[in-house]
Design a protein around this ligand. Structure first.
Ligand SMILES: NC(=O)c1ccc[n+]([C@@H]2O[C@H](COP(=O)([O-])OP(=O)(O)OC[C@H]3O[C@@H](n4cnc5c(N)ncnc54)[C@H](O)[C@@H]3O)[C@@H](O)[C@H]2O)c1
Length: 328
């Protein structure tokens, strides 16, 4: 049986910024074996060469270690591609409190350079990885759809994504680009380098007797697996026609359920076989400055288009924990 190619025959040469990162490397795992010509562009600030070494040396794969802020290099690298999958960004949400300029540079300026490089090279189509965090406190107690606003970000990360979305949108209207913007829930799976699951596992390895849950313990977010995230983006891209009248579209992407942080702790403890660990809840309203404890997004728009995540948020969490523990 032939497995359908992710992007069918719509695209041939695909440029993946942030291609050595968590989501980017999984995207390469799909695109490269399917025969697309793929370029991964990454400065390895958070990405890892071991995530992509299985593709190095393949005739249809090129890795370029370079910075999004090096616009000249970016223009040379992107020339000749017919789709840009733009994933590069600062994803150290906690650390950006100390260095807020990272969200300006590695997200907004990086995205500006990306669309400007596309304009100069005559490349039209861009897929962008945004976040449900753009809704700020609007999504704290109710699930919000794509038209919720005004968007008042409470972290540099969310501000960086709003700025990036804005540049993509205006380049679509001014210079004929077409943009598919996806605001994700929490994407999880193997190769995570941060996030609550990663954090719990690492802290429990250091001290299996106690697990500290930062914040007020009432956090709940939408979790979905990385392959479902990639599939959802591809579905939205292939099934949304954009033109000069409507050159840019925004979708929330995730499951229609959420998992409380205490449930994540329980799953991690079960999968690590720990029965006597004491759970301590810190008791502060936010786990760190800029933390968004509860993120609720509706995914009805992408569901109406015909795509739905197969797994619930709880199911996805268990699989991701097992993958991080090397159990599957
Ligand atoms: N993982 C999630 O839950 C989630 C949720 C919402 C949005 N996103 C977005 O999806 C994208 C991918 O996220 P991820 O989880 O794979 O994170 P990641 O940190 O693993 O991947 C980002 C990649 O971008 C690279 N990068 C950063 N700044 C760069 C620069 N200036 N020049 C070149 N490369 C640079 C990093 O080295 C890294 O490999 C990001 O834009 C992120 O904001 C992720």
């Amino acid at each position: 049986m032939t497995v359908a190619r992710l992007l069918k025959d719509r695209y041939r040469k695909i440029f993946v910024s942030g291609g050595a990162g968590f989501i980017g490397s999984h995207l390469l795992d799909i695109l490269v074996p399917q025969g697309y010509e793929v370029t991964a562009y990454d400065n390895l600030s958070n990405g890892k060469i071991e995530f992509i070494e299985q593709h190095i040396g393949k005739p249809n794969f090129t890795f370029i270690r370079a910075d999004m802020l090096d616009r000249k290099r970016l223009i040379e690298a992107v020339r000749g591609h017919d789709l840009v999958w733009h994933l590069a960004a600062n994803t150290d949400i906690i650390g950006s409190h100390e260095r807020p300029e990272r969200d300006l540079r590695d997200c907004v300026e990086a995205t500006f350079n990306m669309v400007e490089a596309m304009r100069q090279c005559g490349i039209r189509d861009i897929v962008f990885s945004s976040t449900g965090a753009v809704y700020g406190s609007l999504c704290e107690d109710r699930a919000v759809s794509e038209d919720a606003g005004p968007l008042c970000p409470i972290s540099g990360y969310a501000a960086g994504k709003i700025g990036s979305e804005a540049f993509i949108c205006c380049y679509c209207h001014m210079y004929g680009l077409r943009g598919w913007i996806f605001r994700f829930g929490n994407v999880i799976g193997a190769r995570m380098t941060h996030g609550v699951i990663y954090d719990f596992i690492h802290r429990l390895r250091e001290n299996p007797d106690e697990l500290l849950i930062k914040g007020d313990g009432r956090q709940e977010k939408n979790y979905f697996l990385v392959e479902e995230c990639i599939e959802g983006m591809a579905f939205g891209l292939l099934n949304t026609e954009l033109d000069d009248q409507k050159p840019c579209e925004i979708f929330n992407l995730g499951t229609d359920s959420v998992t409380p942080v205490t449930k994540i702790a329980q799953i991690v403890l079960e999968e690590m076989g720990l029965k006597n660990t004491r759970i301590v809840i810190e008791g502060t309203p936010r786990a760190w400055p800029g933390d968004q404890p509860r993120v609720h997004i509706t995914v009805e728009k992408i569901n109406r288009l015909g795509w739905k995540a197969r797994l619930s948020s709880d199911e996805a969490v268990r699989i991701a924990v097992r993958r991080m523990l090397g159990k599957e």
